[in-house]
Design a protein. Structure first.
Lengths: 317, 312
């Protein structure tokens, strides 16, 4: 109190009162935000961009998708065109990645394989998400008895070794693009359903959901408009991580003889075909498919890790 | 008491899962088009009818189903079609011990080395060792085991001749298959251990232990690690499943005469009873391993112990 008075006297003696002017109160100025307001997604993108590894993965995947679409048409060779006189040509300006045992151009086949592998991975992951969201959403939102029964079913399905069932299905139905995706998704959605259910269970008790309910919002609307957008983070992360596991599963199945059959050429089929070749020194037939399987899995994994950090609101600075 | 009820509930679920697998297997077996003997050389109709009668394939489906259930509950997985006078049980008896050995050595190696790598990373957070081991872990997750295996054979066995190329007879023969199979699980365990260790190390009770003046060794292994290992126990079931399916290709590549090799052969020859029998056997094995993991988790979870002490 005392110091304030002293200070007031002090300052008034130094600065004359007429120097001060009353400023008009600016209503607009108080509304100006000093920092740009970032939505959840903008903020996540900002953080993801700082993660060098995740960006490396993203850039690789963008280039890979581009090459998967345009790569096969960039070369004069056809995917399955056999050219026996030219078998096992080392990489050269004519055949950038060399040729395989039947003289087929490995460069063309690699991008063709990218199409198959990415297609299998993405479609399997999307179907998993679709079923998982519906199942997990209903289970988590309804709660109680419904949730109990639905979770018991999940518990039972979770115990089924998925790759064994996949093998069994493919043996019976015969391997094709369609059956491989079907076999991968038949047990693949369980993990996603568990994640969605856990999230929904947590979010459905928040006030904004209660508000929507009290306005008479229907279940489907609440799940679609309120619960799903807020569970998108973990769903996307899980999806980024399930794409590489589908790609791996496809390669694995090709390797044990249940892969996609010709005329398609997936990376797993290419790797399997060229196993014998590497011991005789024709390393390129195995190297390129193996490299792209590994690097694609790497890219999806680091991107998934990065997204996990970027989409976690707790880590917001 | 709670523990017992929990175990019984888990056992019940495991049995239901098993029954579903057996039923799916049966349905798939009868939906395979054609008789299993239709491609035999002796396509004489009378011979085929006799063969079908011999294997009870002329009974109505529900009778076959009941017989199948009965046989499986008596641990009889049926005969092989492509290898005469061999039953699935014979093949399993010969192949499974080898696969089991490969799998067990792999999982022990993966857990020990994965946990050690994870601890080192967590203790040297953001240090050179952390980056090195985590870089290694990302590589381990990304490279499929069959590619790793071919790489090992090509470089370590064929080019530099450090290790024998194939088969399963001496410890030196085991190095490459185990390394190829263990790298993936090891990488997953290392990453998991690291992240939970980092979380645990910031907790109050660790600060307290430090304040008490406990040695870093004791803090790490007695206080931190015990809690950090819980998530590792949780994913053991998934890892086991991965290693088990991994043995299929690893045994194929290294020519190890285990069950995985027979299984892949039976797939290529479309020897349905062997495929089905092996699937049922491996599923049973995995389901009971999962059950075991759950029970072990219940036993070693420190919170459950605390609860017990409070009750006494």
């Amino acid at each position: 109190m005392k110091t304030a008075e002293v200070e007031a006297q002090h300052s008034s003696s130094k600065i004359p009162d007429e120097w001060f002017q009353l400023k008009e109160k600016d209503k607009n100025a108080s509304e100006v935000v000093s920092r740009p307001s970032l939505s959840y997604w903008q903020d996540a993108w900002r953080r993801l961009r700082k993660n060098k590894m995740a960006m490396l993965g993203l850039v690789f995947l963008v280039i890979l998708s581009f090459m998967a679409i345009f790569g096969p048409v960039m070369t004069p060779y056809e995917v399955n065109k056999q050219d026996l006189p030219n078998q096992y040509q080392a990489p050269s300006s004519e055949h950038w990645f060399g040729t395989d045992s039947a003289g087929r151009d490995v460069f063309t086949r690699t991008w063709y394989g990218a199409r198959i592998s990415l297609f299998v991975g993405l479609v399997a992951a999307l179907i998993d998400v679709f079923i998982g969201i519906i199942y997990g959403g209903i289970s988590g939102y309804k709660g109680g008895r419904t949730d109990n029964i639905m979770m018991r079913i999940i518990e039972i399905l979770y115990g089924i070794p998925s790759l064994l069932v996949t093998i069994l299905l493919l043996v019976v139905m015969g391997p094709s693009l369609f059956t491989i995706i079907l076999a991968l998704t038949i047990t693949g959605w369980v993990g996603m359903a568990r994640i969605v259910r856990g999230q929904v269970l947590q979010i459905k008790n928040y006030e904004y959901v209660l508000a929507s309910q009290s306005f008479g919002g229907k279940t489907a609307r609440i799940i679609r408009k309120h619960l799903l957008p807020n569970t998108m983070g973990p769903i996307i992360v899980q999806m980024t991580l399930s794409v590489p596991s589908a790609i791996f599963a496809e390669a694995f199945l090709s390797f044990i003889g249940l892969g996609i059959q010709s005329p398609y050429a997936s990376w797993g089929v290419m790797a399997n075909d060229s196993l014998g070749a590497i011991l005789s020194g024709n390393w390129w037939t195995l190297f390129f498919p193996a490299f792209f399987i590994s690097f694609t899995m790497f890219a999806f994994n680091v991107l998934g890790d990065g997204l996990q950090d970027a989409l976690d609101p707790k880590l917001r600075k | 008491m709670d523990m017992l009820r929990y175990m019984l509930r888990r056992l019940l679920i495991a049995l239901v899962t098993l029954w579903i697998i057996v039923t799916i297997t049966f349905i798939l077996m009868v939906t395979v088009p054609g008789s299993p003997f239709s491609d035999e050389r002796s396509s004489n109709e009378a011979v085929q009818a006799n063969l079908e009668a011999h294997y009870n394939l002329d009974d109505p489906y529900y009778m076959q189903y009941l017989l199948y259930l009965k046989n499986i509950s008596m641990l009889d997985l049926g005969p092989s079609i492509k290898q005469p006078n061999q039953t699935v049980n014979d093949l399993l008896g010969r192949g499974f011990p080898i696969s089991f050995e490969l799998g067990m050595i792999t999982i022990i190696f993966a857990v020990v080395s994965g946990v050690v790598l994870g601890i080192i990373s967590a203790l040297r957070h953001n240090g050179v060792l952390d980056y090195l081991s985590m870089g290694f872990a990302v590589l381990g997750i990304s490279i499929p085991n069959f590619i790793l295996a071919t790489l090992f054979i090509q470089k370590l066995a064929a080019d530099w001749e450090f290790f024998p190329v194939a088969t399963w007879s001496s410890p030196m023969h085991m190095v490459l298959p185990v390394a190829a199979l263990a790298t993936g699980p090891m990488a997953i365990i290392a990453r998991l251990t690291r992240s939970t260790m980092l979380e645990v190390l910031t907790q109050d009770y660790i600060k307290m232990a430090r304040a008490k003046g406990l040695s870093p060794w004791k803090i790490t292994f007695k206080h931190a690690l015990r809690n950090a290992l819980m998530p590792v126990v949780t994913i053991m079931g998934t890892l086991l499943a991965g290693i088990l399916t991994g043995t299929f290709v690893i045994e194929q590549i290294f020519a190890i005469p285990g069950m995985g090799k027979y299984f892949v052969e039976s797939i290529n020859q479309r020897d349905y009873p062997v495929i089905m029998g092996t699937t049922v056997f491996y599923s049973t094995f995995l389901i009971f391993m999962l059950l075991l993991v759950d029970i072990v988790y219940g036993i070693i979870d420190p919170r459950i112990k605390l609860h017990k002490k409070g009750g006494e």
